[in-house]
Ligand binder design. Structure first.
Ligand code: PGA
Ligand code: ZN
Length: 429
Protein backbone atom coordinates (compact mmCIF):
# COMPACT_ATOMS: atom_id res chain seq x y z
CA UNK A 1 0.00 0.00 0.00
CA UNK A 2 1.18 3.50 -0.82
CA UNK A 3 1.55 5.43 2.44
CA UNK A 4 -0.80 8.39 2.69
CA UNK A 5 0.62 11.82 3.37
CA UNK A 6 -0.97 15.07 4.54
CA UNK A 7 -1.18 15.99 0.87
CA UNK A 8 -3.11 12.88 -0.18
CA UNK A 9 -6.43 13.78 -1.76
CA UNK A 10 -9.22 12.31 0.32
CA UNK A 11 -12.30 14.07 -1.09
CA UNK A 12 -13.26 15.43 -4.51
CA UNK A 13 -16.72 16.75 -5.30
CA UNK A 14 -18.18 18.94 -8.03
CA UNK A 15 -21.38 20.92 -8.18
CA UNK A 16 -23.08 23.31 -10.57
CA UNK A 17 -22.90 27.02 -9.66
CA UNK A 18 -23.41 30.24 -11.68
CA UNK A 19 -20.95 32.49 -13.49
CA UNK A 20 -21.16 36.27 -13.89
CA UNK A 21 -23.42 36.01 -16.94
CA UNK A 22 -25.87 33.80 -15.06
CA UNK A 23 -24.73 30.69 -16.91
CA UNK A 24 -24.06 27.48 -15.01
CA UNK A 25 -20.44 26.55 -14.44
CA UNK A 26 -18.43 23.86 -12.63
CA UNK A 27 -17.17 24.28 -9.07
CA UNK A 28 -14.91 21.60 -7.55
CA UNK A 29 -14.01 21.04 -3.90
CA UNK A 30 -10.90 19.10 -2.87
CA UNK A 31 -9.88 18.11 0.66
CA UNK A 32 -6.55 16.54 1.63
CA UNK A 33 -5.72 14.14 4.48
CA UNK A 34 -4.01 17.04 6.25
CA UNK A 35 -7.29 19.00 6.23
CA UNK A 36 -6.33 21.34 3.38
CA UNK A 37 -9.31 22.62 1.39
CA UNK A 38 -9.31 23.89 -2.17
CA UNK A 39 -12.01 25.23 -4.45
CA UNK A 40 -11.84 25.90 -8.19
CA UNK A 41 -14.47 27.46 -10.45
CA UNK A 42 -14.26 27.28 -14.25
CA UNK A 43 -14.71 30.57 -16.14
CA UNK A 44 -16.26 30.76 -19.64
CA UNK A 45 -15.34 32.72 -22.75
CA UNK A 46 -17.66 34.32 -25.31
CA UNK A 47 -15.09 35.02 -28.02
CA UNK A 48 -13.28 31.73 -28.20
CA UNK A 49 -10.43 30.49 -30.37
CA UNK A 50 -11.14 27.53 -32.65
CA UNK A 51 -8.39 25.46 -31.06
CA UNK A 52 -9.37 26.02 -27.45
CA UNK A 53 -10.12 23.09 -25.19
CA UNK A 54 -13.88 22.62 -25.25
CA UNK A 55 -16.24 22.96 -22.31
CA UNK A 56 -19.01 20.42 -21.80
CA UNK A 57 -22.57 21.83 -21.96
CA UNK A 58 -25.69 19.74 -21.40
CA UNK A 59 -27.95 21.02 -24.17
CA UNK A 60 -31.68 20.47 -23.72
CA UNK A 61 -34.16 22.87 -22.10
CA UNK A 62 -32.71 23.63 -18.66
CA UNK A 63 -30.70 26.86 -18.59
CA UNK A 64 -31.22 27.19 -22.35
CA UNK A 65 -28.90 24.24 -22.90
CA UNK A 66 -26.06 25.88 -20.93
CA UNK A 67 -26.18 23.52 -17.95
CA UNK A 68 -22.98 21.71 -16.92
CA UNK A 69 -24.35 18.66 -15.10
CA UNK A 70 -22.49 16.34 -17.48
CA UNK A 71 -19.21 18.04 -16.56
CA UNK A 72 -20.14 17.81 -12.87
CA UNK A 73 -20.76 14.10 -13.39
CA UNK A 74 -17.44 13.75 -15.21
CA UNK A 75 -15.70 15.04 -12.07
CA UNK A 76 -17.70 13.02 -9.56
CA UNK A 77 -17.82 9.75 -11.50
CA UNK A 78 -14.58 9.61 -13.49
CA UNK A 79 -12.03 12.21 -12.32
CA UNK A 80 -12.56 11.74 -8.56
CA UNK A 81 -11.79 7.97 -8.53
CA UNK A 82 -8.73 8.59 -10.71
CA UNK A 83 -7.18 11.20 -8.40
CA UNK A 84 -8.31 10.15 -4.91
CA UNK A 85 -5.24 9.24 -2.87
CA UNK A 86 -2.92 11.17 -5.21
CA UNK A 87 -0.46 13.69 -3.82
CA UNK A 88 -2.03 17.16 -4.28
CA UNK A 89 1.35 18.87 -3.87
CA UNK A 90 2.43 17.03 -7.01
CA UNK A 91 -0.38 18.72 -8.93
CA UNK A 92 1.35 18.22 -12.30
CA UNK A 93 0.98 14.45 -11.82
CA UNK A 94 -2.68 14.88 -10.87
CA UNK A 95 -3.22 16.97 -14.02
CA UNK A 96 -1.43 14.33 -16.06
CA UNK A 97 -3.86 11.69 -14.78
CA UNK A 98 -6.78 13.85 -15.91
CA UNK A 99 -5.18 14.48 -19.32
CA UNK A 100 -4.71 10.73 -19.75
CA UNK A 101 -8.20 9.92 -18.55
CA UNK A 102 -9.61 12.40 -21.06
CA UNK A 103 -7.41 11.12 -23.86
CA UNK A 104 -8.52 13.72 -26.45
CA UNK A 105 -6.44 16.64 -27.78
CA UNK A 106 -9.03 19.19 -26.58
CA UNK A 107 -10.57 17.76 -23.36
CA UNK A 108 -13.75 16.98 -25.24
CA UNK A 109 -14.42 13.76 -23.32
CA UNK A 110 -14.40 15.12 -19.76
CA UNK A 111 -14.95 18.80 -20.65
CA UNK A 112 -12.38 21.55 -20.09
CA UNK A 113 -14.71 23.12 -17.52
CA UNK A 114 -14.49 19.89 -15.48
CA UNK A 115 -10.69 19.62 -15.74
CA UNK A 116 -10.03 23.35 -15.17
CA UNK A 117 -12.08 23.55 -11.97
CA UNK A 118 -10.49 20.32 -10.68
CA UNK A 119 -6.96 21.40 -11.54
CA UNK A 120 -7.39 24.72 -9.69
CA UNK A 121 -9.08 23.05 -6.72
CA UNK A 122 -6.25 20.50 -6.34
CA UNK A 123 -3.49 23.09 -6.30
CA UNK A 124 -5.48 25.29 -3.90
CA UNK A 125 -5.94 22.32 -1.57
CA UNK A 126 -2.19 21.67 -1.71
CA UNK A 127 -1.43 25.32 -0.82
CA UNK A 128 -3.97 25.18 1.98
CA UNK A 129 -2.36 21.99 3.33
CA UNK A 130 1.01 23.73 3.26
CA UNK A 131 -0.50 26.70 5.09
CA UNK A 132 0.62 29.02 2.30
CA UNK A 133 -1.18 31.40 -0.03
CA UNK A 134 -1.44 29.86 -3.51
CA UNK A 135 1.03 32.28 -5.13
CA UNK A 136 3.70 31.40 -2.57
CA UNK A 137 3.04 27.66 -2.83
CA UNK A 138 3.49 27.87 -6.62
CA UNK A 139 6.18 30.50 -6.87
CA UNK A 140 8.15 30.22 -3.64
CA UNK A 141 9.69 33.13 -1.79
CA UNK A 142 11.05 34.79 -4.92
CA UNK A 143 7.53 35.45 -6.22
CA UNK A 144 6.87 39.05 -5.27
CA UNK A 145 6.15 40.90 -8.54
CA UNK A 146 2.61 42.25 -8.74
CA UNK A 147 1.23 42.57 -12.28
CA UNK A 148 0.40 45.73 -14.21
CA UNK A 149 -3.39 45.62 -14.63
CA UNK A 150 -4.68 45.98 -18.18
CA UNK A 151 -8.06 47.40 -17.20
CA UNK A 152 -10.80 46.97 -19.78
CA UNK A 153 -12.87 50.11 -19.28
CA UNK A 154 -14.74 50.28 -22.61
CA UNK A 155 -16.43 47.09 -23.83
CA UNK A 156 -17.44 46.35 -27.41
CA UNK A 157 -17.65 43.34 -29.72
CA UNK A 158 -19.54 40.34 -28.37
CA UNK A 159 -19.14 41.62 -24.78
CA UNK A 160 -21.48 44.59 -25.21
CA UNK A 161 -24.76 45.63 -26.80
CA UNK A 162 -23.24 48.49 -28.80
CA UNK A 163 -21.76 48.89 -32.27
CA UNK A 164 -18.09 49.14 -31.31
CA UNK A 165 -16.22 46.56 -33.36
CA UNK A 166 -13.19 46.11 -31.14
CA UNK A 167 -13.89 44.09 -28.02
CA UNK A 168 -11.69 45.75 -25.39
CA UNK A 169 -10.25 49.22 -24.77
CA UNK A 170 -7.85 49.08 -21.85
CA UNK A 171 -5.92 51.50 -19.63
CA UNK A 172 -2.60 50.49 -18.03
CA UNK A 173 -1.46 52.57 -15.06
CA UNK A 174 2.25 52.07 -15.81
CA UNK A 175 3.53 55.21 -14.06
CA UNK A 176 2.53 54.04 -10.58
CA UNK A 177 5.15 52.72 -8.20
CA UNK A 178 3.02 50.13 -6.41
CA UNK A 179 0.11 47.89 -7.38
CA UNK A 180 -2.31 49.63 -5.02
CA UNK A 181 -1.38 53.01 -6.48
CA UNK A 182 -1.90 51.60 -9.98
CA UNK A 183 -5.33 50.34 -8.98
CA UNK A 184 -6.26 53.75 -7.56
CA UNK A 185 -5.18 55.45 -10.79
CA UNK A 186 -7.26 52.94 -12.78
CA UNK A 187 -10.31 53.57 -10.60
CA UNK A 188 -9.93 57.34 -10.92
CA UNK A 189 -9.71 57.04 -14.70
CA UNK A 190 -12.75 54.71 -14.74
CA UNK A 191 -14.76 57.27 -12.76
CA UNK A 192 -13.66 60.18 -14.91
CA UNK A 193 -14.47 58.16 -18.03
CA UNK A 194 -17.98 57.66 -16.62
CA UNK A 195 -18.42 61.43 -16.27
CA UNK A 196 -17.07 62.07 -19.77
CA UNK A 197 -19.38 59.46 -21.33
CA UNK A 198 -22.42 60.73 -19.45
CA UNK A 199 -21.73 64.32 -20.49
CA UNK A 200 -21.02 63.45 -24.12
CA UNK A 201 -23.45 60.62 -24.89
CA UNK A 202 -26.10 60.81 -22.15
CA UNK A 203 -26.86 58.64 -19.13
CA UNK A 204 -27.42 55.46 -21.22
CA UNK A 205 -23.72 55.51 -22.14
CA UNK A 206 -22.61 54.38 -18.69
CA UNK A 207 -24.27 50.97 -18.75
CA UNK A 208 -21.64 48.28 -18.55
CA UNK A 209 -20.66 45.25 -20.63
CA UNK A 210 -19.60 41.73 -19.64
CA UNK A 211 -16.25 42.76 -18.15
CA UNK A 212 -17.55 45.79 -16.23
CA UNK A 213 -16.30 48.39 -18.74
CA UNK A 214 -18.75 50.94 -20.10
CA UNK A 215 -20.63 50.01 -23.26
CA UNK A 216 -21.35 53.44 -24.80
CA UNK A 217 -23.38 53.82 -28.00
CA UNK A 218 -20.26 54.53 -30.07
CA UNK A 219 -19.54 53.35 -33.53
CA UNK A 220 -15.94 54.37 -34.29
CA UNK A 221 -12.95 52.85 -32.51
CA UNK A 222 -11.27 56.27 -32.57
CA UNK A 223 -14.11 57.68 -30.46
CA UNK A 224 -13.40 55.12 -27.76
CA UNK A 225 -9.65 55.85 -27.75
CA UNK A 226 -10.41 59.57 -27.69
CA UNK A 227 -12.68 59.04 -24.67
CA UNK A 228 -9.87 57.19 -22.85
CA UNK A 229 -7.42 60.04 -23.50
CA UNK A 230 -9.94 62.61 -22.22
CA UNK A 231 -10.69 60.51 -19.13
CA UNK A 232 -7.02 60.06 -18.24
CA UNK A 233 -6.39 63.79 -18.59
CA UNK A 234 -9.51 64.77 -16.64
CA UNK A 235 -8.37 62.47 -13.82
CA UNK A 236 -5.14 64.48 -13.66
CA UNK A 237 -2.75 61.99 -15.27
CA UNK A 238 -0.48 62.17 -18.31
CA UNK A 239 -1.43 60.00 -21.24
CA UNK A 240 1.58 58.11 -22.54
CA UNK A 241 3.57 58.16 -19.31
CA UNK A 242 1.26 57.73 -16.27
CA UNK A 243 -1.29 55.74 -18.24
CA UNK A 244 -0.97 53.99 -21.61
CA UNK A 245 -3.63 52.24 -23.70
CA UNK A 246 -4.15 48.74 -25.12
CA UNK A 247 -6.64 47.02 -27.41
CA UNK A 248 -8.08 43.54 -27.69
CA UNK A 249 -9.66 43.47 -31.12
CA UNK A 250 -10.80 39.80 -30.95
CA UNK A 251 -10.72 40.06 -34.74
CA UNK A 252 -12.01 36.54 -35.44
CA UNK A 253 -15.40 37.94 -34.41
CA UNK A 254 -15.24 40.67 -37.10
CA UNK A 255 -14.11 38.40 -39.88
CA UNK A 256 -16.61 37.49 -42.62
CA UNK A 257 -15.65 36.13 -46.05
CA UNK A 258 -12.10 37.43 -46.02
CA UNK A 259 -12.77 40.90 -44.66
CA UNK A 260 -13.37 42.68 -41.37
CA UNK A 261 -16.31 44.84 -40.29
CA UNK A 262 -14.91 47.84 -38.45
CA UNK A 263 -16.46 51.30 -37.92
CA UNK A 264 -19.47 50.25 -40.01
CA UNK A 265 -17.29 49.51 -43.05
CA UNK A 266 -15.79 46.47 -44.69
CA UNK A 267 -11.98 46.43 -44.50
CA UNK A 268 -9.48 44.10 -46.11
CA UNK A 269 -6.63 42.83 -43.91
CA UNK A 270 -4.23 45.38 -45.45
CA UNK A 271 -6.60 48.25 -44.69
CA UNK A 272 -7.06 46.99 -41.13
CA UNK A 273 -3.28 46.83 -40.74
CA UNK A 274 -3.03 50.45 -41.90
CA UNK A 275 -5.70 51.44 -39.39
CA UNK A 276 -3.66 49.87 -36.55
CA UNK A 277 -0.51 51.70 -37.61
CA UNK A 278 -2.39 55.02 -37.67
CA UNK A 279 -3.97 54.34 -34.26
CA UNK A 280 -0.56 53.56 -32.75
CA UNK A 281 0.76 56.82 -34.24
CA UNK A 282 -2.17 58.89 -32.93
CA UNK A 283 -2.68 57.29 -29.50
CA UNK A 284 -0.34 55.77 -26.89
CA UNK A 285 -1.51 52.23 -27.70
CA UNK A 286 1.19 49.86 -26.44
CA UNK A 287 -0.39 46.49 -27.20
CA UNK A 288 -2.85 45.00 -29.69
CA UNK A 289 -4.32 41.56 -29.01
CA UNK A 290 -5.76 39.35 -31.77
CA UNK A 291 -5.51 42.06 -34.47
CA UNK A 292 -6.49 39.57 -37.21
CA UNK A 293 -8.53 36.42 -37.44
CA UNK A 294 -6.85 33.08 -36.79
CA UNK A 295 -7.32 32.43 -40.52
CA UNK A 296 -5.17 35.48 -41.30
CA UNK A 297 -2.24 34.43 -39.09
CA UNK A 298 0.29 35.73 -41.65
CA UNK A 299 -0.92 39.28 -41.03
CA UNK A 300 0.20 39.13 -37.40
CA UNK A 301 3.76 39.11 -38.69
CA UNK A 302 3.10 41.88 -41.21
CA UNK A 303 1.71 44.03 -38.41
CA UNK A 304 4.73 43.37 -36.20
CA UNK A 305 6.98 44.40 -39.06
CA UNK A 306 4.96 47.58 -39.67
CA UNK A 307 4.91 48.50 -35.96
CA UNK A 308 8.63 47.86 -35.45
CA UNK A 309 8.26 47.43 -31.69
CA UNK A 310 6.08 50.53 -31.13
CA UNK A 311 3.32 48.27 -29.80
CA UNK A 312 3.23 44.62 -28.79
CA UNK A 313 1.25 42.15 -30.89
CA UNK A 314 -0.39 39.61 -28.55
CA UNK A 315 -2.04 36.30 -29.43
CA UNK A 316 -5.12 34.98 -27.64
CA UNK A 317 -7.52 33.13 -29.96
CA UNK A 318 -4.41 32.48 -32.08
CA UNK A 319 -2.35 30.81 -29.34
CA UNK A 320 -5.03 29.50 -26.91
CA UNK A 321 -2.57 28.86 -24.02
CA UNK A 322 -1.17 25.92 -25.97
CA UNK A 323 2.63 25.59 -25.67
CA UNK A 324 2.93 24.08 -29.17
CA UNK A 325 0.91 26.85 -30.81
CA UNK A 326 2.82 29.48 -28.83
CA UNK A 327 6.07 27.99 -30.09
CA UNK A 328 4.82 27.86 -33.68
CA UNK A 329 3.54 31.44 -33.80
CA UNK A 330 6.62 32.84 -32.08
CA UNK A 331 8.85 30.95 -34.55
CA UNK A 332 6.84 32.45 -37.43
CA UNK A 333 7.43 35.93 -36.02
CA UNK A 334 3.74 36.58 -35.40
CA UNK A 335 3.53 37.54 -31.73
CA UNK A 336 5.44 39.41 -29.01
CA UNK A 337 3.49 37.53 -26.38
CA UNK A 338 0.38 35.55 -25.59
CA UNK A 339 -2.60 35.47 -23.29
CA UNK A 340 -2.71 32.74 -20.64
CA UNK A 341 -6.15 31.38 -19.71
CA UNK A 342 -6.17 28.06 -17.84
CA UNK A 343 -9.53 27.01 -19.31
CA UNK A 344 -8.32 27.48 -22.90
CA UNK A 345 -6.14 24.41 -22.36
CA UNK A 346 -7.85 22.76 -19.38
CA UNK A 347 -5.17 22.33 -16.69
CA UNK A 348 -2.76 24.54 -14.75
CA UNK A 349 0.11 22.25 -15.77
CA UNK A 350 -0.49 22.90 -19.47
CA UNK A 351 -0.94 26.64 -18.85
CA UNK A 352 2.39 26.52 -17.00
CA UNK A 353 3.97 24.93 -20.09
CA UNK A 354 2.73 27.81 -22.24
CA UNK A 355 4.15 30.32 -19.72
CA UNK A 356 7.51 28.52 -19.67
CA UNK A 357 7.60 28.40 -23.46
CA UNK A 358 7.01 32.15 -23.67
CA UNK A 359 9.68 32.79 -21.06
CA UNK A 360 12.23 30.56 -22.84
CA UNK A 361 11.58 32.41 -26.12
CA UNK A 362 11.84 35.84 -24.47
CA UNK A 363 8.17 36.72 -25.07
CA UNK A 364 5.48 38.22 -22.83
CA UNK A 365 2.77 36.33 -20.99
CA UNK A 366 -0.46 38.05 -19.95
CA UNK A 367 -2.59 36.11 -17.47
CA UNK A 368 -6.28 36.63 -18.10
CA UNK A 369 -9.82 36.12 -16.84
CA UNK A 370 -12.71 35.26 -19.19
CA UNK A 371 -15.77 37.35 -19.95
CA UNK A 372 -17.84 34.83 -17.95
CA UNK A 373 -16.16 34.84 -14.52
CA UNK A 374 -16.74 34.03 -10.86
CA UNK A 375 -15.40 34.91 -7.43
CA UNK A 376 -12.48 32.52 -8.01
CA UNK A 377 -9.19 34.39 -7.47
CA UNK A 378 -6.65 31.84 -8.79
CA UNK A 379 -5.50 34.07 -11.66
CA UNK A 380 -4.32 36.76 -9.22
CA UNK A 381 -2.09 34.13 -7.59
CA UNK A 382 -0.93 32.72 -10.93
CA UNK A 383 0.13 36.21 -12.07
CA UNK A 384 2.33 36.69 -9.00
CA UNK A 385 3.57 33.08 -8.74
CA UNK A 386 5.01 33.03 -12.27
CA UNK A 387 6.09 36.71 -12.18
CA UNK A 388 4.03 37.34 -15.26
CA UNK A 389 3.93 41.12 -14.92
CA UNK A 390 0.64 41.70 -16.75
CA UNK A 391 -2.95 40.76 -15.88
CA UNK A 392 -6.28 41.26 -17.62
CA UNK A 393 -9.19 41.09 -15.19
CA UNK A 394 -11.59 43.70 -16.47
CA UNK A 395 -12.82 47.01 -15.14
CA UNK A 396 -12.36 47.84 -11.45
CA UNK A 397 -16.08 47.17 -10.91
CA UNK A 398 -18.43 44.16 -10.55
CA UNK A 399 -17.63 41.51 -7.95
CA UNK A 400 -16.22 38.89 -10.31
CA UNK A 401 -13.63 41.48 -11.51
CA UNK A 402 -12.91 43.19 -8.16
CA UNK A 403 -12.39 39.76 -6.55
CA UNK A 404 -9.12 39.53 -8.54
CA UNK A 405 -8.07 43.12 -7.81
CA UNK A 406 -8.86 42.67 -4.12
CA UNK A 407 -6.85 39.44 -4.00
CA UNK A 408 -3.88 41.28 -5.55
CA UNK A 409 -4.24 43.95 -2.84
CA UNK A 410 -4.16 41.17 -0.23
CA UNK A 411 -1.06 39.64 -1.81
CA UNK A 412 0.64 43.04 -1.88
CA UNK A 413 -0.27 43.55 1.78
CA UNK A 414 1.02 40.06 2.68
CA UNK A 415 4.33 40.76 0.95
CA UNK A 416 4.45 44.19 2.64
CA UNK A 417 7.72 45.93 1.78
CA UNK A 418 8.88 43.09 -0.47
CA UNK A 419 6.19 43.57 -3.14
CA UNK A 420 7.40 44.92 -6.49
CA UNK A 421 5.47 46.69 -9.23
CA UNK A 422 7.19 46.69 -12.64
CA UNK A 423 5.27 49.58 -14.25
CA UNK A 424 6.39 50.61 -17.73
CA UNK A 425 9.38 48.24 -17.71
CA UNK A 426 7.15 45.24 -18.24
CA UNK A 427 6.24 46.44 -21.74
CA UNK A 428 9.79 46.69 -23.00
CA UNK A 429 10.75 44.14 -25.60
P1 PGA B 1 -13.68 35.81 -23.77
O1 PGA B 1 -12.90 37.15 -24.14
O2 PGA B 1 -13.41 35.50 -22.36
O3 PGA B 1 -15.11 36.19 -24.05
O4 PGA B 1 -13.17 34.76 -24.71
C1 PGA B 1 -11.72 37.56 -23.51
C2 PGA B 1 -10.63 37.84 -24.50
O5 PGA B 1 -10.83 37.72 -25.73
O6 PGA B 1 -9.52 38.18 -24.09
ZN1 ZN C 1 -8.68 38.28 -26.26
Amino acid sequence: MVPTSRYSIRYVKALQVLDSRGDPTVEVHVVTEGGGFGRGIAPAGASRGHREAVEARDGGRAYGGRGVLKAVEAVNKYIAPAILGADASNFREVDRRMIQLDGTPNKSRLGANATTATSLAVVSAAASTAGQPLFEFLGGRRARTLPVPMMNVINGGVHAGNELAFQEFMVLPVGASTFSEALRVGVEVYKSLREYLKRTYGIGAVNVGDEGGFAPPMRMVREALEALVRAVEAAGYRVGSDVVLALDVAASQLYRDGSYWVDGARLGADELLELYVRLVEEFPVVSIEDPFSEEDAGYFRKLREALRGRALVIGDDLTVTNAKLVELHVAEGRVDGAIIKVNQVGTLTEAEEAIETLRKLGKKAVVSHRSGESEDTAIAHIAVAYEIGLIKCGAPARGERTSKYNELLRIEDYLSGDARYPGFRVLQL
